[in-house]
Design a protein around this ligand. Sequence first.
Ligand code: NAD
Length: 390
Amino acid sequence: MLNDPFENARKQIDNVAKYLDIDKKTLAKIKTPDRVLKADLKIKMDNGKTRIFKAFRSQFNNAKGPYKGGIRFHQNVSESEVKALSAWMTWKCSTVGIPYGGSKGGIVVDPKTLSTGELERLSRAYMRAFYQVFGAWIDVPAPDVNTTGQIMAWVVDEYQTLVGHQEPAMITGKPLELGGSQGRTEATGLGGFYILESLRRKWKGPTLPKKTTIAVQGVGNVGYWFIEFAKKAGYQIVAWSNSKGGEYKGKKITNDQLLELPVDVLVPAALENMITKENAAKIKAKYIIEMANGPVTPEADEILFKRGIVSLPDVLCNAGGVTVSYFEWVQNNMGYYWGKEEVWAKLKKIMDRSFAEVWAIYQEKKVTPRMAAYILAVGRVVQAMKLLGR
Ligand code: NAD
């Protein structure tokens, strides 16, 4: 079942296992979530009728620290998707060496069809269903597709009411007024920019930013801030796009055309499955910085690697977001807050170190950069499990 996201996630672990010293039992354990919870959330709609929404939480692995992962509100949420995303969160946190495991949650709903009141009741119902498995040192949720700072605020309020004490560190992505971190808005794009800077010091491309051409697909939160920081450093953003299409050197282009431009760096920052086996042979960029989650399919990854195109993986490139979520949790636990500059300086250290670690494995083992990141990430989790005697 190629399109079953969790089967894909499991296959990836099998592939990495070949490079690691893992016994059969441990391998089986790291291919299975620790716990998957399901609930039917009953909500009173504005018209007085009751509707039921399916909800999930998958806690994949907590050998490295409390589970960490967002809550997604989307009509396509499924148990398989939530489980796969919880595995990928485990590897992302481990790639950048922050002390978390991985989890993910979701509700099958199109939030655009709900009123504000219905959305609030649904968000609170999610927390009521699962609050016993959440907590600052148990499982720390965050926003994901279609979930916002306001939703995090309702969720933390519901949690604190149920447990009877203040615990802002039980969730991240909160509004600043409720203990959110300075610098979180820009964090994912900025983290990607730090990766670009590290890559430029290693690559065979232009030595100067002003000679380096970049195309960015998707100018949402992530793409926008990536472009802002790159432009400020002098890089040439020659093309950009959104869901309606884009521009290349002032001329209108389609999203498909953007992906195939002759640029030094291509930055997919929109959605998953953008570079596939159908268009991988036509990519002309020499380097890809994956800012979206899953923009390159596994088949495309192989084709790019054989063609000598270096595609730096999402678990590394977009980890700036979860890293500043980690800083939010640290600040909440201390009750002491940092300014934006301090947050960004700490983010830079983690992104620079993580790039160097992934790059070293990529060079040494001659594998794809994605495999290099997975060798690092899965290896760390397996090591922690061994030490814990699991
Ligand atoms: P967003 O909703 O703010 O922006 C998405 C952008 O993509 C929009 O500009 C939209 O117009 C564009 N888009 C949609 N469909 C497109 C298409 N077919 N072609 C080109 N552009 C298209 O979302 P975001 O927060 O910027 O997230 C973008 C990606 O980054 C997602 O894959 C997300 O999972 C990932 N990500 C985000 C964060 C974060 O902190 N926001 C962290 C890690 C990963």
